[in-house]
Design a binder for this molecule. Structure first.
Ligand code: ATP
Length: 271
């Protein structure tokens, strides 16, 4: 029985490993399908951040030739200021964020950071200077400490705690069974949407980029969670150029400028 059982047991183990790798590969192909490879130009230089001014100059963009998603979009975000993008679903708000991170090249016009066209800089340098807080943060199956430290690998424990405090998640982490060593993610403690977003904010605070892109969650939050998130947002935006896809009035109120998009065009702007 043992002779029979052992190979079967091994087979089970390897089968699970292989199966998991297939799942990872599928995810990878999904990613590749969604973000076709953007190549650096042969003479691409590193982005040099001076102040962190972000400018869209007559940007047009189409995912597919049949349909224009952004049409002649222009705006300027001065260093350290916050721009809120609002508008109906499908207006092109998240597309603006994706273009800034250069998941795609613009079809027409230019995106400039401190007067440097992002199409001409290395993607590595661009992504080093930009922090992204997505709508849905995927946590690694690892400790909460590791998940925050991901923002700056090698950050000290003190810096991790400081970032968690600034992101207003530290007190919550202390209530976890093993505090900062608690396993989170799919196979560990499940965090709420608002908690995951604050983990992403803590990561971004550790990374300390000049420019922050934020895709605010659309899900309804209770008043306390909303307050926590607002405090965390205010901290991550302070002294950084920030572009927020905003869904909440409380976020929009704090922006320095509001741009209203509709069908890929700016239809209104102001405070
Ligand atoms: P929401 O508030 O619902 O997130 P949004 O304003 O952020 O909407 P985008 O996600 O920027 O809208 O999408 C703008 C348009 O581009 C939509 O019509 C969408 O269907 C289309 N679109 C988005 N991603 C792709 C893609 N990968 N390929 C083709 N079309 C896409």
């Amino acid at each position: 029985i043992i002779q029979l059982y052992m190979p079967l047991n091994w087979f089970g183990t390897y089968y699970r490993v292989i199966q998991k790798n297939f799942i990872d590969m599928e995810n990878m192909f999904d990613l590749l399908a969604e973000h076709p490879e953007i190549e650096d130009l042969p003479d691409a230089r590193d982005l040099m951040i001076k102040e962190g001014i972000v400018e869209f100059k007559n940007v047009s963009f189409s995912y597919t030739p049949e349909r224009v998603v952004l049409r002649n979009v222009s705006f300027n975000v001065p260093a350290g200021k916050t721009l809120a993008l609002v508008g109906p679903s499908g207006a092109g708000k998240s597309t603006i964020i994706r273009l800034l991170f250069r998941f795609y090249n613009v079809t027409d016009g230019a995106i400039l950071i401190d007067d440097q066209n992002i199409a001409f800089v290395t993607q590595e340098s661009l992504r080093r200077e930009i922090g992204v807080v997505p709508q849905d943060t995927v946590l690694f199956n690892n400790s909460i400490k590791y998940n925050i430290q991901y923002g700056r690998v090698g950050a000290s424990a003190a810096d991790i705690v400081a970032a968690a405090r600034t992101a207003d998640i530290h007190d919550r982490i202390l209530t976890f069974p093993e505090a900062y060593d608690t396993q989170v993610g799919e196979r560990g403690l499940k965090l709420s949407g608002g908690e995951k977003q604050r983990v992403a904010i803590a990561r971004t605070i550790l990374k300390s980029p000049a420019v922050v892109l934020l895709d605010e969650a659309t899900s309804a939050l209770d008043t306390q969670t909303e307050r926590n998130i607002q405090a965390a947002l205010a901290n991550v935006c302070a002294n950084r150029t920030t572009i927020i896809v905003a869904h909440r009035l409380s976020t929009i109120i704090h922006a320095d400028e509001i741009v209203v998009l509709k069908d890929g065009e700016i239809v209104e702007r102001g405070r």
